[in-house]
Design a protein around this ligand. Structure first.
Ligand code: FE
Length: 180
């Protein structure tokens, strides 16, 4: 666990941080997303990506209130850059692409767009809005883009107040098997 202790500390601290405009903490959101990936039978890399996809918000000290203020801090790039110290592209790329994956899903799935939470609609505007057909085709052809789309759906689902999940150490156990 030593190698991953910086990540563990960041996530433990995030138990007090609200997840955007939602009614849960960043830590609860991370655990719910990882649990959804685990339930879907995913491998250690995608479970790890689900657990850590928002770490960019937590390592960025200027993140608070940014989306509401109309500023995109690009937490997906901050997060994937940070995670590259620990993991390969099978973790960093789904994290990097989970924001454009929302723009992709809005372009290809009308039901998806209408199902977004209010906070997620606000951040979509800051993130550039839905992709065009051509942008969507280009997006999904990238390596690990399909994983990012799966992660995106868990991201949207992992916002349930008071839902119980396995704890942080359980999911960091997957990360430990693939840390570099
Ligand atoms: Fe998220």
């Amino acid at each position: 666990m030593d190698r991953l202790s910086p990540i563990k500390e960041i996530l433990e601290r995030s138990g007090d941080a609200r997840y955007g405009g939602e009614k849960i903490s960043q830590l609860q959101h991370a655990l719910q997303c990882a649990a959804l990936a685990e339930d879907a039978g995913c491998d250690a890399a995608l479970i790890t990506a689900a657990l850590l996809h928002d770490i960019g918000h937590l390592v960025d000290q200027h993140a608070e209130g940014a989306a509401a203020a109309g500023v995109d801090r690009r937490h997906e790039d901050i997060g994937s850059g940070y995670l590259a110290k620990f993991f390969g592209p099978e973790v960093t790329l789904p994290v990097k692409l989970h924001v454009p994956a929302k723009r992709y899903l809005c372009a290809v799935d009308a039901a998806y767009l209408s199902g977004l939470s209010a906070a997620s609609v606000t951040s979509l505007k800051v993130q550039g809005g839905p992709f065009s057909e051509e942008e969507a085709a280009h997006f999904i052809a990238q390596p690990h883009a399909a994983d990012a789309v799966r992660l995106r759906r868990w991201d949207d689902l992992g916002k349930t107040p008071n839902k119980s999940t396995p704890g942080l150490d359980h999911f960091l156990g997957y990360a430990e098997t693939i840390v570099q």
